[in-house]
Write a protein that binds this ligand. Sequence first.
Ligand code: 13P
Length: 253
Amino acid sequence: MSDRKALIAGNWKMYKTCAEAVDEAKALVDLVQPMDDREIMIAPTYTALAQVSEVLKGSPVALGAQNMFWENEGAFTGEISAPMLISAGCSHVIIGHSERRQYFGETDDTVNKKIVTAFNHDLIPVFCIGESEQERDLNQTFSILDKQVTKGLSNLSSKDLETLIIAYEPIWAIGTGKTATTEQAQEAHRFIRSLIDKAFGSELAQSMRILYGGSVKPDNIDELMAMPDVDGALVGGASLKADSFSNIIKYNR
Ligand code: 13P
């Protein structure tokens, strides 16, 4: 067990209207207490951020967005900037989720611009990486992770990256009920930590939190969190209900 503080984060994806998000956030706040060894974050849709932020005030639950654009303002119809997220109460932002890469044309280059922007605005980026099923079958998992980390973090120094959080989300495990085995998760997390070590030094590698995402549920969180290089979870489906999400947050260590 490391002394890295765990983070249990909920990615609400494109679910919940404003009213539904507010209700679920209230239910969650009622179910969780501050804990010394773990942090909590939820990422509702953009439209619900400001209202949910009011609900989370004074609670141990931080607020994140699911994406953002890299310019501060301008003629970029449909986009949202870092200052806008901050004004809505966000401290975190998810960047490079596989669904954004798959359906909305995100590339390692755009992901890199967004990570740089997040640091420039003191937003904490949750940087998502992970291989597809085909890439795993072709034994390309490590080379894909290497490419995503190297390109996603280019032009950044170890000083910039102090707050960076990485989320390893194997695409074949997202929303499929097919969780990676604890051994597969640990192997990938150890490899990602070794990449950070090689590129930025061991101090950063040892302090950086690496979350696992992909069909995390109340009944598999304990075994995942028992792995030495798993420092938390990025939860989709099971974060949508305060009951199940609070059970994940209260995992046993
Ligand atoms: P599920 O937990 O629904 O598999 O989603 C994982 C995910 O994509 C979190 O970002």
